[in-house]
Design a binder for this molecule. Structure first.
Ligand SMILES: [Zn+2]
Length: 201
């Protein structure tokens, strides 16, 4: 009998070790004899093709896809037991669609290991991760270390004044912060931002 499929969600801020955990989980499954494959959004062009690279440089072969729907097509044509998906918050698919695809995959006995940011730089939740958290069989929230005080970090603070929700390939402009350091630095950021726009008038 086929093993029961699970949804495993690794979430947390940037630099919290989500991708490393995704990699480790898939690696363990591989050793256990599962046929595994990893996917990543094609918008994530930080690294050379076909690899998921964590901050500690663990590499994992990954197929770049534009939509989560492509995973269903892949699963129809290949025998797989478990899939990994990195940076799930970058996919343009509607969250309800992604949930629907995941349910189909699990009905086909495919375990899904997902890694994704829980919140953007303004501490607003990423919708897809918000949808996946309650339906996960296993949910792991990872914490980086606050760059300001050394407590557990809570969110990824953006040091630059860019206001786009997603800024790909700008790792250097972020730092993990705890809740109180974040609140303090966000106030300063707003103040400085307004000052900059006043200076430009
Ligand atoms: Zn702090």
């Amino acid at each position: 009998m086929k093993k029961q499929a699970k949804l495993i969600v690794h979430t947390g801020s940037m630099f919290s070790g989500k991708t490393t955990s995704l990699w480790r989980e898939l690696y363990r499954m591989k050793i256990a004899g599962y046929k595994t494959v990893a996917f990543k959004p094609s918008v994530d062009s930080r690294h050379k093709d076909e690899k998921i690279i964590s901050h500690d440089n663990l590499e994992l072969d990954a197929i770049k896809i534009e939509s989560v729907k492509e995973i269903l097509e892949y699963a129809q044509n290949n025998e797989i037991d478990a899939i990994g998906i990195d940076e799930v918050q970058f996919f343009p698919d509607h969250p309800s669609k992604i949930v629907e695809y995941f349910i189909k995959l699990m009905q086909n006995h495919i375990t899904i290991v997902v890694s994704g940011l829980d919140m953007d730089y303004k501490a607003r939740p990423f919708e897809i991760v918000k949808e996946l958290m309650p339906i996960a069989d296993e949910l792991i929230k990872h914490h980086a270390i606050c760059a300001s005080c050394g407590e557990d970090a809570w969110v990824s603070f953006r040091k630059s004044y860019n206001e786009d929700r997603i800024e790909i390939g700008a790792q250097d402009s972020y730092e993990p912060l705890c809740r109180s350091c974040f609140n303090r630095k966000m106030k300063d950021r707003e103040k400085n931002k307004n000052q900059i726009s006043l200076d430009q008038i």
